[in-house]
Structures are given as C-alpha cells and as structure tokens.
Design a protein around this ligand. Structure first.
Ligand SMILES: [Zn+2]
Length: 87
C-alpha cells in the first residue's frame, strides 16, 4: 500500500512537471510576439528602418525577392509604393 502511494506521488510529480514546462513554453511564445524566422534580403524594414533580424513579423515577395517587415502595417505601406522604398 505504501508503495502504491509512492508511485502515485511520482506520477503526479511527473505530470505536474510536464504541465509546468508547457506553461513556460507558452509564456516564451507570448514574449516573442508575432516574430517569425524567414530568410529576407533586407537587413532593415524599408519603411521604419527597424532591424528585420530582431523585429521580423511579416514578409512580402516583390520581384522575386523576399522582403521582411516589422509589421503588416509597414508591409502595406511598402506595397503602396515599393520602388520609392528600395532606392
Ligand atoms: Zn516597420
């Protein structure tokens, strides 16, 4: 009987530990926001000049090149007049 309680406690500890890990993973995903990892040709967001390596959250393929943006707002702004941002 004593062993059974011990096994039960061990399983409970394992389950609660697993749950804790999932919560930690969830928090770290929240902290990173909508950041995505993609290979882009621009080091900076052409609209606001933020570093795409640190703030990439959206991409757009223009003339066969993948450009990264910090947000969909900057992407929309770029789409209005791409050539003016690529000078
Ligand atoms: Zn931006």
């Amino acid at each position: 009987m004593k062993n059974l309680v011990l096994i039960g406690a061990t399983i409970f500890a394992m389950v609660s530990c697993e749950k804790k890990n999932l919560e930690v993973k969830h928090v770290s995903e929240m902290e990173s926001g909508f950041k995505i990892s993609a290979k882009v040709v621009n080091d900076e967001d052409p609209v606001c000049h933020m570093k795409t390596a640190e703030h990439l959250s959206d991409t757009l393929t223009y003339k066969g090149q993948v450009y990264g943006f910090c947000s969909s707002m900057c992407k929309d702004e770029f789409k209005k007049n791409p050539d003016s941002y690529l000078k």
